[in-house]
Every structure is written in structure tokens, then in C-alpha cells.
Design a protein around this ligand. Sequence first.
Ligand code: ZN
Length: 310
Amino acid sequence: MSEILGIHHITAIAGDPQSNLDFYAGVLGLRLVKLTVNFDDPGTYHLYYGDGTGNPGTILTFFPWPSAPRGRHGTGQVTETAFAIPGDAIPYWTARLAERHVPVEGPFDRLGEKVLSFSDPDGMKVELVAAKTAPDDRAWQAGPVPLEFAIRGFHSATLCETDHKGTAALLTTLGFKLVAQDGNRFRYAVDSGQPAALVDVLRAPEQRPGRVLVGTVHHIAWRTADDRQQGEWLKELTRLEYGVSPVMDRKYFHSIYFREPGNILFEIATDPPGFAVDEAPEKLGSHLVLPAWLEPERGRLESVLPRLQL
Ligand code: ZN
């Protein structure tokens, strides 16, 4: 069977796109690797942040919906999105976040690693984990945060579930193994040798179901090496009756979607073709990119989309 390599990307819903950009590019120092529109709703943006080239395992994306209400955190959701930072970067980040008036919890210990926890401008929970392994080649080498402290892609994500068993069984099917447990937190890993290979399942039967709107995660995508391996997953997950979507061309990767037993939307996305398919690597995120079928509508879209200060 083909192999899931780890987290590919996480997609969430934001409110105001400028506040989102100022926080993730300005405060956290991620690179805006693609400024485009939501292909299913082209009057709204789709912002992609990542390392210098948008490597899979570093990509956090947002649909900004400025007039939508806030969602609610709860079960059936990815409730924490965790980035890896170098092991000695906690004091730097504690100071940086304090200077920018971001209230922070921690550092606290979780499964042997130090964690800083805070919320983005829309209330989405973000964590920085001082990771034992935080590869330099997953940082933006030329970002506003000095390279020795810069974010190195995802560490993990937390899936909040009423009951973890069905989710655990699916993760096992996907090739994850239980590697640690602390109370109601179960840590799974794929043995791919790649970064962003961890996911935590948090059993929280006392919590209400979450509501996916502003400030919450919409879905999490797992990495597959190519179209052939994705095809194998499509066949296998269909056989297991997960109700998988057909393959969708997302331009920067190809995607299939399905709901896991706890109701979180999962995606399996291909590594290729990547973000340099329609922009030179040094130009990534520097202007609005549209798919060919929307190019004729550029003028109208530019007039309805809120202006952004990059
Ligand atoms: Zn996605």
C-alpha cells in the first residue's frame, strides 16, 4: 500500500484578510506563497502561507470571509495547529509575541516538549513547539524572523473528538501508529522520515461539537507522493465506505476529500506540482494569481476583492 508522508496542509477560515496577513506573515514570519481566490467562490481570497517554497508540511491556508460570524471550537474539529520551532527558540518567541501584544500561555510541557499557545486575530488556536527535530530546510530562509528562530513547518495538529476510537482506526489505516499518550491525548505518527509526521487525537466527550466558521479549521490534508498513490487511497477508502470525493484539481496539488468518523474533513493531497507552477519561486505571493478560466474576470475580481497591503 502507498504511504502517507505526514501533514500536507491545513485550511482554516479567517475574518479580515489584512489582519490575517499581518499576523501570519508579519508576526509569525511565514511567507505568503500564493495569493489567489477560492476556486469555488472566486469573489473571496485564498491565502497560502508556508516556508520559502511552500513545501508540503509547511502550508497553512485561509479562506477569509470578512462578514461571516465566528465559529465555535469543539469536537469534530482540528482545534490546535502546531508549528515546529528550534529547541532553543522559546525565549525569542515569548519576547516577540509579548512585544506584539499577543497573549500567550506557556511555555508548558507536553509529551516532553515545550509549547507556547496563543490565538490568531480570529481566535484560532496556534501553538509553537520547541521540537527535537526542526529541519532548517522547512524555514523561510529570507523571512522577517532570524533563521535560527524561524518556524519550520508544522509540528502536528490536534484532532478534538467525542470518541477517539473510529478516528484512531482510520489513522491506523492511513499508516499512523500510536507513539505516545498523556491522559486523553493520543499521539500518532507516520514513519515516513519526513517532517510534520505527527497528529494528536484529543478525546473530549464533555465538549460540544464545533462549528466551522471564522477562527476555526476547515480541513486537514495528508501528503501523498503522486497521483498513482492517491489513486490507491481513493480505491482503498472507497472500499472502506468513507464516501470519498473524486479527484479535484487544486492547481498546486490534486485532492480527494472525505469525513473521518469524528466528522473532521480530511483531504489527501499530492506533493506535486507545487506552488512554482504559475509563479517564479522568487515571486511567490507577490501578486494576485488566477487560474486560466478566471483570467478573463480579473478586472471584476480585483474590484470586488478587498485591497491588501502585502
Ligand atoms: Zn485542502
